[in-house]
Each structure stands twice: as C-alpha cells, then as structure tokens.
Design a protein around this ligand. Structure first.
Ligand SMILES: Nc1ncnc2c1ncn2[C@@H]1O[C@H](COP(=O)(O)OP(=O)(O)OP(=O)(O)O)[C@@H](O)[C@H]1O
Ligand SMILES: [Mg+2]
Ligand SMILES: [Mg+2]
Length: 460
C-alpha cells in the first residue's frame, strides 16, 4: 500500500484527511453510516467508504451522503488505474480488488472535493487492512467482535480481536462497544501498550432520541448508534467544533445528532422491500410478497437477524397496514432465501437462525438456496454474450439444502413438531424471484414473507 500511495502521490493528501476509522466483525458499516450522517447533519462535508456494496460498486463511496456519480467514479477510476498500470510490473503487481478500491477512496476524498471528514470502514481485519495506511486518524472505533473470516484472522476471539486492535494508534482516542471478556482484554491490552484509553460505550438509550426512530432498523443498531455518537462527538471535540452543537441538559442528544441518526441509510441491512411487481397486480393495498433483506453471514448476525425478522413479521401481523406489510387476515408463509460462501460453516449458521426463530415462535414454511448469480450472461472482452448458457455449479447450494433438511429432520425427531419446510435449489437469483412471484400470484390467499440472507456475502 505504501508503494501504491507513492505512485498515486497520495501520501500527503492522506495525512491531511480527518479520518474516523472503524473496525469490527459486525456493525462497522452501520456505525460508519451513522457517524457520517451525524457529522453531515452538523454541517460538514463528508466522505464515506464502506463495504461491501449491494448492487453498484459506487455505493461504497459516498460524498455528502450520496453515492459518487458515474462520471466522477469513472474519471477517478481511470486516473488511478492508468497511473498504477504504468508504474507496476513484475516486482510490484497491480493492487488487488479491495486495495484498489481503498486507494480510489483516498484519491476521491482527498482530491476533488476536499471533504472535512473521511469515515472509513475497515475491509477485513484491521492491522493489515488497506485502510490502515492512515497513520493518524482523529478517532477510531471497534464495533462488535465475533467469529468471521477465521480462515484469515484466526480461530479464536483473541486472535480476531488482535487483528482488529491493529487499527488503534498512539495518541488517537478509541471507543468500543461491550464485548466478550476475552476480546475486551485484548483490546485493552493493546490500548495500554500504546498509552491510549479505549472507552466502552453502552448502547444508545432510545429516550436520547426524543422519539425519533433510528434510520437503520433492529435492536442491534442501538449499539452501533451509541458507538457512532461517541466517534462523532470526539471528532467534533478534537477538531474544535463542539460549538456547532447545542448540548441539552435533559439527557437527549443534540438536534443534529438526532437528525443524523434518524436519516442514516444503508441498503441491505434490515431493509424491508415490498415486491412492487406483485403488489401492482394486487387489488389490495397491502403486499403479498415482501422481502426482508440482510447481509448477515456470521453466527451472531444470523441470530440478530432472526430476532429482527421474528419481531417485524409479528408486528406486521398485529398491525396490518400499507404496502410494507402483508395482508391482514391472510395466511402468511415464512420463507428463507439463503446463500453463503463456502468458507463459512452452514452447520453453525443455519441452526443459529432456525433455533432463534423457533424460540420466537417462528417456523419456516420453505427454504430456497441460490448461488450469487444475478445475471444469466457474463460479457466477454468483446462485449458479446457467450453463445450458450453457462453451466452453473450448484453443488454448494445442494449441500446447504442437505444441512437444512437434516436440521429439520433432527428437530422433528426431537419433539415431533417442526416446520414442514420443503426446500428448493435455484440456479440464479432471478429464477428464485420469478418462482416466488408466480407462487404468490397463484395463491392469493397467502402472503409470503421472505427473509433474504447472505446474498451479498462475498470476499469484500
Ligand atoms: N452490533 C451488531 N451486532 C451483531 N450483528 C450486527 C451488529 N450490527 C450489525 N449486525 C449484523 O450484521 C449485518 C451487517 O451490518 P453492517 O453492514 O453494519 O456490518 P459490517 O461489519 O459492515 O458487515 P460486513 O462484514 O458485511 O462488512 C447487519 O445487517 C446485521 O445483521
Ligand atoms: Mg465481514
Ligand atoms: Mg461492511
């Protein structure tokens, strides 16, 4: 990275950026999004770099809260690409995907618009992450730690926490959320070696928000929001801008903070998406097919997500309302649409989901497994579609299906009750969605609530 920064002449510009840096297993992106939104609401020009993206790579680079425009993205992309291409070769190869994107973020944030603050999410780990070239961030945060990317970061929480603690720096205040004891002691140890304090921030109390809901949904977001408030506050303090906010004496947050937290948005995190195609053909005002999207792909986030899905689907049934919700007085089917990378262990992920849902009284009627294929054809270098349909390898999805079926069989064996959930494997996402639409159109007396997990789980 140091060499690439030299090639792109980014060393000095990076040193000038006023960075908020966040690592963690879960909640990094949400914490960054909240922190950015708060500081924008305080009147600052912001850059936000997160990962992964849901649909378009430009989602990873936001300027003043908006995805970078195509025109700017293309301009910066080629500027970096061409410069690197000339100066790299056998000894220094072109940077890998995530490194390139991080370099692009540095270029974008330091160049064209001179942002007041750059909020950076670590891609993977911390110590060796591409974003960790920032030598002196204004403040850093470590969100919830748990088990993920063990093939790279190590198998124990101690090792994982050690990697994440690699973003802590001498002289830079640090914050974290309540963590498992072993992880916390690693963070504290590293902080004390560096002579900095790491403060533990409790989850935000909803009362501090004066009845405004958070822009990102789910109980766990209060944890991320609490961390984001501490990061934004410290950034303001260290930059000498505390005069911009009016601290109230009755324990609620400053108005700009409340506004920032309530308008924050990040696609694909506890996002409820009614299927507009199906609902447009439905006479009723509510929607027969609703997707509950989330990027969960670690055991902790599967559990969090299961709680969220159980909670919102129960609430929707109790308070039938407009489009977002399924129709009242109608059977509702709970369907799982799932994929995860083969480095993850479905024997851990799927039971965690199923058990948490079962504890909340929710059983799945069906489970669908799909590869991350979103298109049928890939374009080659001559921009023409290949002549035949690509053969898609579904062996991983078939093994996910087997794990699921075994789980259900095990549960049936134990207590005789279980969701009857037939499971299916589809060759692509569009084909699964087509099937869901057809099914819900054919069966108007049933609404489908589809929890859609792990689909954009890929290697950053
Ligand atoms: N504090 C948390 N504790 C546990 N799970 C969380 C927490 N925050 C978010 N999640 C779960 O992780 C998903 C991703 O959230 P977010 O994008 O904020 O995390 P991330 O650390 O950026 O994840 P990724 O590894 O996908 O980059 C959420 O949709 C939710 O399921
Ligand atoms: Mg991750
Ligand atoms: Mg992320």
């Amino acid at each position: 990275m140091a060499k690439y920064l030299q090639i792109l002449e980014l060393e000095e510009p990076i040193a000038r950026l006023k960075v908020v840096h966040v690592a963690g297993t879960k909640g990094k992106g949400s914490t960054c999004t909240f922190a950015e939104s708060i500081l924008r609401s305080c009147g600052f020009r912001t850059g936000l770099f997160t990962s992964p993206h849901l649909i378009d790579v430009r989602e990873r680079f936001r300027l003043d809260g908006l995805d970078i425009s195509e025109e700017k993205f293309i301009r910066y992309f080629w500027w970096c690409w061409n410069k690197l291409k000339v100066k790299t070769g056998d000894d220094i190869p072109m940077p890998a995907y995530f490194r390139f994107l991080a370099l692009l973020a540095f270029k974008i944030f330091s160049d064209e618009q001179q942002v007041d603050v750059a909020v950076l999410e670590v891609g993977l780990g911390g110590k060796y992450d591409a974003t960790n070239v920032v030598k002196a961030p204004v403040v850093c945060g470590i969100s919830s730690l748990g088990y993920d990317h063990m093939e790279i970061l190590g198998n124990s929480l101690v090792e994982i926490a050690g990697e994440k603690a690699g973003i802590l720096k001498k002289g830079v205040p640090a914050y974290t959320v309540p963590q498992p004891e072993v992880a916390m002691s690693v963070l504290k140890q590293r902080a004390s070696e560096l002579g900095v304090s790491i403060r533990i921030v409790p989850p935000l109390d909803p009362r501090q928000l004066e009845d405004q809901p958070l822009g990102l949904h789910g109980e766990h977001q209060y944890m991320n929001a609490g961390l984001a408030v501490a990061l934004a506050n410290t950034w303001l303090e260290r930059q000498g801008h505390l005069d911009r906010i009016h601290v109230k004496d009755h324990g609620t947050l400053p108005d700009q903070f409340i506004k920032g937290l309530s308008i924050a948005c990040l696609q694909g995190r506890a996002q409820i998406v009614p299927d507009l195609q199906v609902s447009s053909e439905c006479k009723d005002t509510s929607c027969p097919l609703v997707f509950y999207l989330d990027g969960a792909h670690s055991p902790e986030s599967m559990e969090i997500c299961a709680k969220w899905f159980s909670h919102v689907t129960k609430k929707d049934a109790a308070q039938p309302g407009p489009l977002e919700q399924p129709r009242s007085g109608i059977n509702s089917k709970k369907i799982l649409l799932f994929n995860c990378m083969s480095v993850r262990d479905p024997q851990i992920l799927l039971p965690r989901l199923l058990d948490t849902c079962a504890q909340k009284g929710l059983c799945f009627d069906q489970a669908l497994f799909v590869p991350n294929q979103s298109q049928y054809n890939k374009l080659g270098s001559h921009a023409s579609p290949p002549p035949g349909r690509e053969q898609i390898d579904l062996s991983w999805q078939l093994s996910l299906q087997t794990v699921w079926e075994d789980l259900l069989r095990g549960k049936k064996g134990l207590n005789g009750t279980s969701s009857s959930g037939a499971s299916l494997v589809f060759e692509s996402l569009p084909s699964a969605i087509k099937w869901l639409r057809e099914t819900s159109q054919q069966n108007q007396s049933t609404s489908c609530q589809v929890i859609f997990l792990g689909i954009f789980d890929y290697f950053q």
